[in-house]
Write a protein that binds this ligand. Structure first.
Ligand code: SF4
Length: 347
């Protein structure tokens, strides 16, 4: 793999080809963009029912996926524009060979102050030592139930033990850990209580997430809007909301006697767009300025038609300036018949 940390498309030092952007990256609503979610693959070793169908999953052809050099170059360009937090996502990032060396090199890019990963935890336990040694700033593990049968029903795979091995391994390594649990229409209260037990016993944040319309299938049933908070308050009447440090996607709650905290991500209600500080790059190099848009800039074409870093920067700045004001507006303009799969976006 080419060492993109020393990748200089033009003059020797990256700061010359990527001089820091005065004032950082700010959108038309005055929101500062400092967080990049980078999806490095659409492949995954699970088949979660709310993310993609069981059958007929067509994966993106390899040549259409951004190469690690291209991903690295884009991270350097975005960091020069003011990005300081990078989250590597997928599909499942560890489904792509070379994920760990890529993370190691990302760590060395000027401007990457916070390096995080979102994983389903199935294979991750084997990389924990290295992830700890590169100083990973945080890991989000997706885990929707601790019930074996339900795990099979939701993910269509039998990997609960492997995921728990990653959770306990990350805790043992002291890697800051959050668990993301999508609450589905048929999620039972006892499952929510069991999951919350992890935040009672360990210093983690267990975040319950509203189901969002990214299942890779035809748009189906009406999704819940705002009921999840009421449900959590019914199950945990003693929860106290903590003052969140903005920008944040999650509302955080404390409970007496808990070592950790509970969180709520209202990704469908979209109540936090006012302080949204993130953009996404999909596995095919599409810049999404909002989870709900259809993609705003084809970075892969720019990379593969010889655009210089300066041109890419200008296009990104212009694109972000025209960002939708919130996820509802973005969805309105998306006019989608079918729901894209979350694995093609990166969450
Ligand atoms: S819905 Fe769009 S604007 Fe709102 S928080 Fe998510 S990404 Fe940001």
């Amino acid at each position: 793999m080419k060492d993109f940390q020393n990748y200089h498309p033009s003059p020797p030092s990256s700061t010359q080809s990527n001089p820091p952007q005065a004032g950082g990256l700010v959108d038309g609503q005055g929101r500062r963009i400092s967080y990049l979610r980078l999806a490095i693959t659409d492949r995954c070793n699970l088949r979660c029912q709310y993310c993609r169908p069981e059958k007929g999953v067509s994966f993106i052809p390899h040549q259409e996926i951004l190469r690690f050099e291209e991903l690295g170059r884009l991270v350097a360009v975005f960091c020069a524009l003011g990005i300081n937090k990078v989250r590597v996502t997928g599909g499942e990032p560890f489904s792509r060979r070379g994920c760990l060396p890529f993370l190691t090199r990302l760590r060395k890019i000027d401007g990457v102050q916070h390096l995080h990963i979102t994983t389903n935890g199935v294979k991750t336990s084997r990389y924990l030592n290295e992830l700890s040694s590169i100083g990973l700033n945080g890991m989000n593990v997706s885990l929707d139930t601790l019930d074996q049968k339900r795990f099979w029903k939701i993910t269509r795979r039998n990997y609960l033990e492997a995921v728990l091995q990653t959770v306990h391994g990350a805790l043992a390594q002291g890697i800051p850990l959050k668990i993301n649990s999508v609450v589905l229409e048929d999620t039972r209260d006892d499952e929510i209580i069991q999951l919350a037990g992890l935040a009672r016993d360990f210093p983690i944040t267990l975040r319950f997430i509203e189901r969002m319309p990214f299942s890779g299938t035809m748009r189906s049933e009406k999704l819940e809007n705002g009921n999840l908070l009421r449900r959590l308050k019914r199950i945990f009447p003693a929860i106290e909301e903590c003052t969140a440090t903005l920008p944040t996607t999650a509302r955080i709650f404390a409970l007496p006697g808990y070592k950790g905290t509970l969180g709520l991500i209202q990704g469908y209600s979209r109540l936090f767009c006012e302080t949204c500080n993130k953009v996404r790059i999909t596995p095919t190099g599409m810049l999404k300025t909002c989870l709900y848009d259809n993609g705003a800039l084809d970075l892969k074409s720019m990379l593969r038609t010889g655009a210089g870093d300066h041109e890419i920067r200008e296009a990104v700045v212009a694109c972000i300036h025209n960002r939708f004001k919130n996820g509802h507006e973005a969805e309105r303009f998306s006019n989608r018949e079918t729901e894209p799969s979350m694995a093609m976006i990166g969450g």
